[in-house]
Ligand binder design. Sequence first.
Ligand SMILES: Nc1ncnc2c1ncn2[C@@H]1O[C@H](COP(=O)(O)OP(=O)(O)O)[C@@H](O)[C@H]1O
Ligand SMILES: Cc1cn([C@H]2C[C@H](O)[C@@H](COP(=O)(O)O)O2)c(=O)[nH]c1=O
Length: 215
Amino acid sequence: MPELVFFSGTMDCGKSTLALQIEHNRSARGLQGIIFTRDDRAGEGKLSSRLGLVTDAVEVEDGQDLYGYLVDHLSQGGRADYVIADEAQFLAEEQIDQLARVVDDLDIDVYAFGITTDFRSKLFPGSQRLVELADRVEVLQVEALCWCGARATHNARTVGGVMVVEGAQVVVGDVDQADTVGYEVLCRRHHRRRMTAASAHAAVLSPDVLPVNSG
Ligand SMILES: Nc1ncnc2c1ncn2[C@@H]1O[C@H](COP(=O)(O)OP(=O)(O)O)[C@@H](O)[C@H]1O
Ligand SMILES: Cc1cn([C@H]2C[C@H](O)[C@@H](COP(=O)(O)O)O2)c(=O)[nH]c1=O
């Protein structure tokens, strides 16, 4: 039975790497996929991972009909055994509905990858719709860690190294970019307290620092 699967997690937890692995394993067995992405850091029409792998992808535009794209592709004699959608948090709600229709009406598996919440801990519209519609929501096994050693569950945005909680929902960027707009993954406790690695290390003997080494 074809499925709509949402692989979700924080930034930097390996989502794009897994997308590339799924693509590799299927294409190695002769299957052909359609890869959608939007606003990947590597540029237009690219799906990239921080491990250095990159592949070409279809850059999704505002208002583009993803179900229609698949129907056109198939009716022109193209093959599509599966669909991958990376940076799915950036897709519109209607585009997630279209991906669900790809599964139900075209019998094609769709694997979507994205962060669930933004820098304010609010759901992205595309991620919300995926949670509502997906057959399965999978949390990635590799844990991204907060500076305190706890599992990172939230994404913080920094501007000039300082954590912010106001601004546009979408600002393409990366972790470890302290100069301008950057991101850092944190546990909920430190996201709520607005404590990034930099501000925590500036604090004197912070009681928030959990012991990383057990003695
Ligand atoms: N130099 C490295 N050596 C080993 N693993 C790395 C290295 N750099 C990044 N990674 C792994 O890649 C993950 C990020 O992968 P990526 O697919 O780019 O994440 P996402 O798409 O979730 O933002 C990190 O959590 C880490 O496990
Ligand atoms: C938290 C948050 C992130 N973004 C952007 C930053 C990156 O370009 C992507 C996430 O990519 P990744 O491969 O998962 O690291 O999303 C944003 O626009 N707004 C946010 O609040």
